[in-house]
Design a protein. Structure first.
Length: 425
C-alpha cells in the first residue's frame, strides 16, 4: 500500500489524466453493455417468438365473397408455396379461389398498448442511457481529476500568491505530490525563499548604510565642534586683540588637521557607496593558481613589516566559481588591517565546505576591544576604538554579503583577532 501511495505521488498529470479517462471509458462501456443486454433480454421476454410473423391472407371466391384469414407462421416460410394452403378442402376444390397476401406483421403488433410502450421504451433506453452515461462519465472524470490532482496545489499557490502580494514571506509552500503541480509548488517555494533572502539582504544593506551614516555622523560631530570652538575663540580673541601670531598658527594647524579628518570620513562614506554598487561577477577560477598569486601579492604588501604570512590552502585542486576581484579586495583589506596589529605572524586559511568557501584571517596581536565584540555593530565609531574595525572591514562585510556569505569577528582563546568570512561558490 505504501509503495502504491508513493507511485501515485510520482505519476505525472498526463499519465494520470490518461488513466482517469481509460477507467471512465471502461466503466461507461461496461455499464452501457449491461444496459443493452438488459434491454435485449427484456424485449426477448416480451416477444419470445421473434422469428414468427402474422400472415394475413385474403381469399376471393368466384361468387365474389371474400374471406380474410390470419395465421402465425415462421418468417422463413413466408414465401413458400404451402403457406397459402390453409387445409380448407372445400376451398381447394374451387378453382376460382384467389389468394393474396395483404400484410405481414411482426409479433410486437400482438402486444397490448402498455407492453408495446415498454418494448419501444427499452429501445430508446438502449440508445439514450449509454449517451447519458458517456456525458456523466466525462463530467465525473473531470471533477475527480481536478479534485485529486489540481484543486489542492491551485489553492496552495493562490494562498502563496496572496501572501507574497501582501509582502508576507514567512510561510512555506508544501505539496505532497511529485508531479508537474508538485514541481510547480517546489518552484514557487524556491521563489519565496529567494524573495525572502533578497528582502533580507536589501534590509541588511539598508541597515548597514543606516549604521554607517550614523557612525560617520557621530564621528563628524566632534570635528565640527572643534572647528566651531576654534572659530569662536579666534573671533573673540581677534576682537580683543589679545592673541599672538604663534597661537593663531597652532589653531590654524589644528583646524586643518580636523578638516582633513572630516575629508577622510567623507571619502570613507563615498567608498562604502561604491561598494554597495559593486556587481558580483562569478567566474570559474583555478583556485590553486589564484591562491598562489594572491599569496605572492600579499607577501609584497607586508614585506616591510615584521609579521610572517602563513598561508594554508585546504581547497582541493578544482575549479571554483567566484568573483576573484571581490575575494582579493577582501583579503587585501583584512591582511592590511592585521599587519598594523600583528606581532609575529598572520595566518590565512582556506577551506571548502559544501558550496561555501570559508576563509579565516587571524593574527597574534591584541585582538578586538571587548566593547566592539559586545556591541556586534557593523560599523564602530573611532571613539569606540574602531581603528582595528575600520572602513576596510566594513567594505569586507559588504562584499561578503553580496557574494552570498557573511563575516564575523572574534578573539582567539590564546589572544589575537580572528576574522572569518564565507563566500558562496
Amino acid at each position: 500500500m505504501e509503495k502504491m501511495k508513493q507511485r501515485v505521488k510520482f505519476v505525472g498529470l498526463r499519465q494520470s489524466f490518461i488513466e482517469y479517462v481509460l477507467a471512465t471509458f471502461i466503466l461507461v462501456a461496461s455499464l452501457s453493455a449491461l444496459i443493452i443486454w438488459g434491454c435485449l433480454s427484456f424485449q426477448a421476454w416480451l416477444v419470445p417468438d421473434s422469428n414468427e410473423v402474422f400472415l394475413t391472407v385474403e381469399k376471393i371466391y368466384a361468387n365474389g365473397n371474400t374471406t380474410i384469414i390470419s395465421e402465425q407462421i415462421s418468417l422463413n416460410d413466408i414465401f413458400s408455396e404451402t403457406v397459402y394452403h390453409f387445409n380448407d378442402e372445400a376451398d381447394a376444390e374451387e378453382s376460382d379461389v384467389q389468394y393474396s397476401v395483404t400484410s405481414v406483421e411482426n409479433s410486437v403488433s400482438a402486444l397490448t398498448p402498455r407492453w408495446k410502450l415498454a418494448y419501444h421504451g427499452s429501445q430508446v433506453i438502449m440508445i439514450a442511457l449509454p449517451v447519458l452515461l458517456s456525458l456523466a462519465g466525462i463530467l465525473v472524470c473531470g471533477l475527480l481529476f481536478y479534485n485529486r490532482k489540481l484543486r489542492r496545489p491551485i489553492f496552495v499557490l493562490s494562498q502563496a500568491a496572496e501572501k507574497i502580494s501582501a509582502e508576507d514571506l514567512d510561510f512555506h509552500v508544501a505539496s505532497d505530490s511529485r508531479n508537474e503541480m508538485g514541481m510547480l509548488c517546489d518552484s514557487f517555494e524556491q521563489m519565496r525563499v529567494t524573495l525572502k533572502e533578497n528582502s533580507r539582504q536589501l534590509w541588511d544593506a539598508l541597515e548597514d548604510r543606516r549604521r554607517l551614516q550614523s557612525a560617520v555622523a557621530h564621528d563628524l560631530r566632534n570635528p565640527i565642534a572643534i572647528i566651531q570652538g576654534y572659530a569662536q575663540y579666534l573671533t573673540l580673541s581677534l576682537a580683543d586683540g589679545k592673541i599672538q601670531q604663534e597661537k593663531i598658527g597652532r589653531i590654524a594647524d589644528s583646524i586643518l588637521q580636523t578638516a582633513q579628518r572630516m575629508e577622510r570620513y567623507t571619502d570613507s562614506l563615498r567608498t562604502i557607496s561604491c561598494m554597495e554598487d559593486w556587481e558580483i561577477q562569478p567566474q570559474d577560477v583555478d583556485f590553486y593558481t589564484f591562491s598562489t598569486e594572491m599569496k605572492q601579492d600579499l607577501q609584497l604588501l607586508i614585506a616591510a613589516q615584521k609579521p610572517a604570512l602563513i598561508w594554508e590552502n585546504f581547497v582541493p585542486m578544482v575549479s571554483v566559481t567566484l568573483d576573484s576581484k571581490a575575494l582579493y579586495r577582501i583579503l587585501e583589506n583584512l591582511v592590511g588591517n592585521a599587519v598594523r596589529y600583528a606581532k609575529d605572524k598572520i595566518t590565512v586559511r582556506f577551506s571548502l565546505e559544501s558550496e561555501t568557501l570559508v576563509v579565516i584571517v587571524s593574527d597574534d596581536g591584541p585582538g578586538f576591544p571587548a566593547k566592539i565584540l559586545e556591541a556586534r555593530e557593523e560599523y564602530i565609531s573611532s571613539e569606540s576604538g574602531g581603528e582595528h574595525f575600520g572602513i576596510g572591514l566594513s567594505i569586507c562585510r559588504i562584499l561578503c554579503r553580496k557574494h552570498g556569505g557573511c563575516l564575523t569577528i572574534v578573539n582567539a582563546a590564546e589572544g589575537g583577532a580572528v576574522v572569518k568570512f564565507s563566500l558562496k561558490v
